[in-house]
Design a protein around this ligand. Structure first.
Ligand code: DQA
Length: 147
């Protein structure tokens, strides 16, 4: 099963969107980097982005059914979507939460993640490298649980 690499709301606008915060790498460039890393590691990835919460929840249901490992950047849903958290809690494989920016250093509303407590691990503040490190961690894990 491919590692699902899921990006939520507004992340399709990377590169154009607040580049001082999120960098100049576009979403298609991010996908290309993730796919290159996966190819080097010999693992399959399936990268998807949506601004629609219901679509994202459907992808998490799919991952719960297949047992796929998930890398998830939920965007602003991170901070308030209990529906996304419940879907993430029901995953049967590992979940790595990723944020490009260092959310702890930003506005107070970004300091809370409702996803964090149900994630296996979280990578924040390292830009696109966070996605690559998450894929690396999941690829290294194989069928072993983390930690
Ligand atoms: C983000 C951080 C969130 O607070 C924000 O709403 C985003 C992107 C990040 O990758 O840094 O959309 O998840």
């Amino acid at each position: 099963t491919a590692i699902l690499v899921l990006s939520g709301v507004n992340l399709g606008r990377l590169g154009k969107r607040e580049p001082a915060v999120y960098g100049r790498t576009t979403y298609p460039e991010l996908v290309a980097q993730v796919e290159k890393t996966a190819a080097e590691l010999g693992v399959a990835v399936d990268c998807r982005q949506t601004d629609d919460e219901a679509t994202m929840i459907g992808w998490l249901h799919e991952a719960a059914d297949t047992g796929a490992a998930v890398v998830l950047n939920p965007g602003a849903w991170t901070h308030y979507s209990y529906a996304l958290r419940d879907a993430a809690a029901a995953l049967t494989g590992p979940l790595v939460e990723v944020h490009l920016s260092q959310v702890a250093a930003r506005e107070a509303f970004r300091h809370v993640s409702v996803i964090g407590p149900v994630a296996t691990g979280t990578i924040t503040g390292l830009g696109v490298d966070g996605y690559l490190l998450a894929v690396r961690a999941l690829a290294a894990r194989g069928s072993e649980p983390i930690p």
